[in-house]
Design a protein around this ligand. Structure first.
Ligand SMILES: [Zn+2]
Length: 207
């Protein structure tokens, strides 16, 4: 009796006619956040961590399925999301290599280094922005799914809950999720500053 996140997620996939070749739901005992590993052609995996019958597990399930649906419906947006972080990592690594080449092998004009530093710094903001937009999208879809399907799914599993009595909890949980995302964005920016900081440290201390 009652449903947990996994059952709920599987029901949502059925409602959206997404079959098991396209997406499977896994659970894991862990304190880490749940995630969706999306595949354009293969089977996407939704990993629900610390899944339970609690309402927050239901809401998390809806959020992750929201990611799956959004990615499927807008592959371009998904690719932008995916490649932004790839390009950022690539520029950071290149910048770091240039700093090392400049120091030990061959002088590189300061202007060139500055352009790389600037790109990696500004791309970190863009990357943070793209991630937050992605999370907003998943939340919006999650609320739609819960509004449309939760009553039927709860009823189907003899679960006494319904959309009306989980609505407030769902909304505040999803809001908190976005807030956490925004707050953790500074980490990407700090990472993006690693090359310029390396450059400054090398030059200040004349290593
Ligand atoms: Zn998410």
């Amino acid at each position: 009796m009652g449903t947990n996140g996994k059952i709920f997620a599987e029901e949502l996939l059925k409602k959206k006619s997404i079959n098991q070749k396209e997406c499977i739901i896994e659970t894991e005992v862990s304190n880490k956040a749940s995630e969706t590993i999306f595949k354009i052609k293969g089977t996407s995996r939704v990993i629900l961590r610390g899944d339970s019958k609690n309402t927050n597990s239901i809401v998390t399930a809806a959020h992750e399925i929201g990611h799956v649906i959004n990615n499927k419906e807008n592959i371009k947006k998904y690719l932008r999301f995916k490649y932004t972080s790839y390009i950022l990592s690539l520029i950071m690594i290149l910048s770091l290599i240039l700093v090392i080449i400049d120091k030990f092998y061959h002088d590189i004009p300061l202007g060139v280094l500055l352009i790389f530093f600037f790109f990696s710094f500004s791309l970190s903001f863009y990357s943070g922005y793209v991630k937050v937009v992605d999370e907003y999208g998943a939340n919006k879809e999650a609320l739609k799914l819960l509004y449309k399907y939760s009553d039927a799914i709860f009823l189907n599993h003899n679960d006494p809950r319904n959309w009306k009595n989980i609505r407030d909890e769902a909304k505040s949980q999803l809001k908190r999720g976005i807030k956490r995302y925004k707050e953790s964005n500074f980490i990407i920016t700090i990472f993006s500053l690693v090359p310029v900081l390396t450059y400054v440290i090398i030059h200040i201390f004349s290593l």
